[in-house]
Design a protein around this ligand. Structure first.
Ligand SMILES: [Zn+2]
Length: 229
């Protein structure tokens, strides 16, 4: 196997897993990492049944995965639930990969503005009892929380996968690049913006944006793409 194909990165599937499945059959990677926004109408393992067992499947969640209880359940209660990479560093095919699910939400933290809440406890403490005793809403679960982000920053990794983009993209956030730099990361792969591009940012970190349903290799080459971008 070509080393650049040992891990493949899949941009937002939005319900279409065929390009990823085709890439796995073609390139036989050790692992695939899915960058969020699945729009699941059935459990994730069911959508990926053609490749379960052929390769390791890892994922982060995007904003769409918190849109409805059903989309959320089909990811977080799936047979692949334990393969989530959010807020930790996982060794995959010999590389340390850090994961950051979700999006920045004005009601929680929208950099460069300061966070609205120190942490989830702080938010819940300040809600009326009726809300406080319920499970946190999916909207808030989809948010990137400042304290959790800062905890991730203390770890070391080779690659950061995030749903949100770093500030090198006009819709991105500088704090993502700062997170990568603090972690000693060399490559960022992100989804969400439906655009294929690559750019080198501060600290010589290579950013790869993977478009919806596109698949990238470790070098940032799009081996499956649904549009030119
Ligand atoms: Zn998204």
């Amino acid at each position: 196997m070509n080393p650049k194909h040992k891990i493949l990165f899949a941009g937002d599937p939005h319900g279409d897993f065929n390009p990823l499945i085709a890439a796995v059959h073609e390139y036989k990677p050790e692992a695939v990492v899915l960058l969020g926004d699945y729009d699941l109408d059935r459990p994730l393992e069911s959508c990926l049944q053609d490749i379960v067992g052929l390769t390791q499947i890892w994922w982060i969640a995007g904003n769409h995965d918190f849109e409805t209880p059903s989309k959320h359940k089909h990811l977080f209660n799936s047979a692949l639930a334990d393969q989530g990479l959010h807020l930790k560093v996982t060794e995959i095919a010999g590389l340390k990969i850090a994961g950051l699910s979700g999006i920045f939400l004005g009601r929680v933290w929208y950099p460069p503005q300061p966070p609205k809440w120190q942490d989830k406890q702080d938010y819940l403490r300040n809600q009326p009892a009726s809300i406080r005793h319920r499970a946190m809403s999916l909207k808030y679960k989809a948010a990137i929380w400042h304290d959790e982000f800062e905890a991730l920053k203390k770890l070391k990794a080779d690659i950061l996968v995030s749903h949100e983009a770093p500030g090198s993209h006009r819709h991105g956030f500088d704090v993502i690049g700062e997170l990568a730099a603090a972690m000693g990361v060399k490559n960022i792969f992100h989804g969400h913006l439906h655009e294929n591009y690559s750019v080198v940012i501060k600290k010589n970190i290579k950013v790869v944006g993977v478009a919806d349903r596109a698949v990238s290799d470790l070098m940032g080459n799009m081996i499956k793409q649904t549009r030119i971008g």
